[in-house]
Design a protein around this ligand. Sequence first.
Ligand SMILES: O=C[C@H](O)[C@H](O)[C@H](O)COP(=O)(O)O
Length: 248
Amino acid sequence: MDYSRLKQIAAEKAVEEVKDGMFVGLGTGSTAKFAIIKIAKKIKDGHLKNIYGIPTSKKTEELAAGLGIPLLSLNQLFKLRTKNVERRTLNIERTKLIDITIDGADEVDSDLNLIKGGGGALLREKVIAQNTGRLLIVVDKTKLSSRLGEKFFVPVEVLQFALESEINFLESLGAKTDIRKSDDGGFFVTDEGNYIIDANFGKIENPAELNSLLNERAGIVEHGIFLNKLVDSVYCSSNDGIEILSVS
Ligand SMILES: O=C[C@H](O)[C@H](O)[C@H](O)COP(=O)(O)O
């Protein structure tokens, strides 16, 4: 089976978890796209009702709006769900505003830590993930590895202002770096107006430690390591069928 079909199978399986009345985070990329198309079809056919999508990128927003999925921004969702609730009494960490999010990944290790951001959407994706009750990741089996970094570099989103100093910082940690380019040859600019440095660390022995180092650095807005505490299940398809891996 070709990869595209495998992606579709994983994505459509995850959509079975979307139920009437849910607020659904809509991921970015070629795998998440299949989930969005399926959700739109189910809405159109009357098999899903009262659904709102919260897109993780402008590209996804355009796609989902074009397919007729009712959308909310995260800010609109927040206002809607906290109407008549005293903000101070609301424990946002425990009150996940989004019921479920279906998103892709570039690499998944054996502990279900992820690298994301191959499509440049990692910042909004991580914000949506941290506001989500259940994050379902959809991949084909080629994305699995024993250690992060075996198959993919770490996308690091940085302020334009800090570009050169962040390259220097990442290289001081041992990474080989590339500034991401867009199709027109200029620097790729994210939805939030930042640049991306693709940082190749080789195999990452300790993703949690690298996560903390990158989090602590001013000038780095966000990065593509998603530790498994953000993840609920990984839907992984191969020619042998579909496996649902869960964080224990
Ligand atoms: O920024 C993009 C996202 O993190 C994607 O979910 C990730 O790159 C996987 O994309 P795809 O499903 O196209 O391989």
